[in-house]
Design a protein around this ligand. Structure first.
Ligand SMILES: Nc1ncnc2c1ncn2[C@@H]1O[C@H](COP(=O)(O)OP(=O)(O)OP(=O)(O)O)[C@@H](O)[C@H]1O
Length: 303
C-alpha cells in the first residue's frame, strides 16, 4: 500500500506541492489530474524519491521512500517510473531494450517475458527494430514495457499515452491497464486525458493551487463536479443558477426562460456541439442536428 502523508515540496522557495495526503492500495489505479503546471509530474518524481521532501512522508508498505539526501541511487526495486522523456538505448533493438534488465541466467524465461511485454504494448512487428529508428509513440511504448519488465509492485506513469496516435491509443490503453490490474500492480498515472481515467481509475486526484482540490472516484466526480475545474476535465459545461450542467444535459425546447441565439455549430460525429449566446454569455449544448448561427432557441435542463 502507498501512503502519502502531508507532503510538502518546493523546488526553490515557493511550494509546488502542499498538504498532499492520499493512499493507494495494492493493484489500485489512481489518476492525478490538474492543469498544466499544477504539479502532476513533480508529484510523481517526489513519489519516486527523486527529490527530498520539505515536509511529510511517503511509504510503500514498510519502506519509507526517501530522496537523494538519504539514497546514493534514486529509486527502489519495487517501484518504476516512466517519465515524459524516456531514456532508452537507441542502438539496440526493442526486445533488447526490454530484456536488458532481465536475468541472462534464465534465457527461456527472459525470452517469454520479453515477448509477453512486447504484446502488451503492441509492438510485436517492431521487436527486432533498433530503437533509434522508432517514432516518438513507439519509443513511449518501449519505455512502458521496459518499466514493466521486472514486475514492479507500483508504477508511476507520466502522460503514458501522450505520444501515441488515436488509432492505437484505445487498444493500447486497455491492454496496459488490464495488464496492471491482472498483475495487481499499483498505478499512479498523471494525465490530461479523461479517456485515461474513466473506465480505469479507482480514484481520481485533482491538483489545483499546489494542493489536492478534490479526491474521489471518477464516477462521483463526473456525476457531481463541484467546481468548474473538475467539470472542464470531462467536457463542455455550463453554469446555470450556480449549478454545473454538461452540454449533453441541456436540450432545445419550444419555450423556456433560457432564450439564446446560436453562434456556432461544431460537428462531433453522432451529434453537434452548439454554442449559443445571451447578453455576451456563452452556453454549450449537444443537438442531433446542426443549427444555423442566428437561430433563436430556448434551452432547458433535461429531466
Ligand atoms: N526542475 C524544476 N525546477 C524548478 N521549477 C520547476 C521544475 N520542474 C517544474 N517546475 C515548476 O513546478 C511547477 C509544477 O510543474 P510540473 O511539471 O510538476 O507540472 P505538471 O502539472 O506536470 O504540468 P504539465 O501538465 O504541463 O506536464 C511549475 O510551476 C513548474 O514551472
Amino acid at each position: 500500500m502507498l501512503i502519502v502523508k502531508n507532503l510538502k515540496f518546493s523546488y526553490k522557495k515557493t511550494a509546488v506541492l502542499k498538504n498532499i495526503s492520499f493512499d493507494a492500495n495494492q493493484g489500485e489505479n489512481v489518476a492525478i489530474i490538474g492543469e498544466s503546471g499544477s504539479g502532476k509530474s513533480t508529484l510523481l518524481k517526489v513519489l519516486y524519491g527523486e527529490y527530498d521532501l520539505d515536509e511529510g512522508h511517503i511509504f510503500w508498505n514498510d519502506n519509507e521512500i526517501l530522496g537523494p539526501k538519504f539514497n546514493l541511487v534514486v529509486g527502489y526495486d519495487f517501484m518504476k517510473y516512466v517519465a515524459q522523456e524516456f531514456d532508452l538505448m537507441p542502438f539496440i533493438t526493442v526486445e533488447e531494450n526490454i530484456g536488458k534488465f532481465l536475468s541472462r541466467f534464465y534465457p527461456e524465461e527472459k525470452h517469454r517475458r520479453t515477448q509477453e511485454l512486447i504484446e502488451v504494448v503492441e509492438l510485436t512487428e517492431f521487436a527486432k527494430t533498433k530503437v533509434k529508428t522508432l517514432s516518438g509513440g513507439q519509443k513511449q511504448r518501449v519505455a512502458l514495457a521496459r518499466a514493466l519488465a521486472k514486475q514492479p509492485e507500483i508504477i508511476l506513469l507520466d502522460e503514458p499515452f501522450s505520444h501515441i496516435d488515436n488509432f492505437k491509443k484505445q487498444s493500447l490503453r486497455r491492454s496496459v491497464f488490464k495488464y496492471l490490474k491482472d498483475n495487481h500492480i499499483t498505478c499512479i498515472v498523471a494525465t490530461h486525458d479523461k479517456e485515461d481515467v474513466l473506465g480505469y481509475a479507482d480514484q481520481m486526484i485533482v491538483l489545483n493551487n499546489n494542493k489536492i482540490a478534490v479526491k474521489d472516484t471518477p464516477e462521483q466526480l463526473y456525476k457531481h463536479p463541484k467546481t468548474p475545474l473538475v467539470a472542464s476535465f470531462f467536457g463542455e459545461f455550463n453554469v446555470i443558477n450556480n449549478q454545473i450542467y454538461y452540454a449533453h444535459q441541456l436540450e432545445v425546447v419550444n419555450d423556456s426562460e433560457l432564450k439564446m441565439t446560436v453562434t456556432n455549430a461544431y460537428y462531433k460525429g453522432h451529434y453537434f456541439l452548439i454554442e449559443a449566446e445571451l447578453n455576451g454569455e456563452h452556453m454549450f449544448f449537444e443537438h442531433p442536428k446542426s443549427l444555423k448561427p442566428g437561430t433563436e432557441i430556448c434551452l432547458a435542463i433535461k429531466k
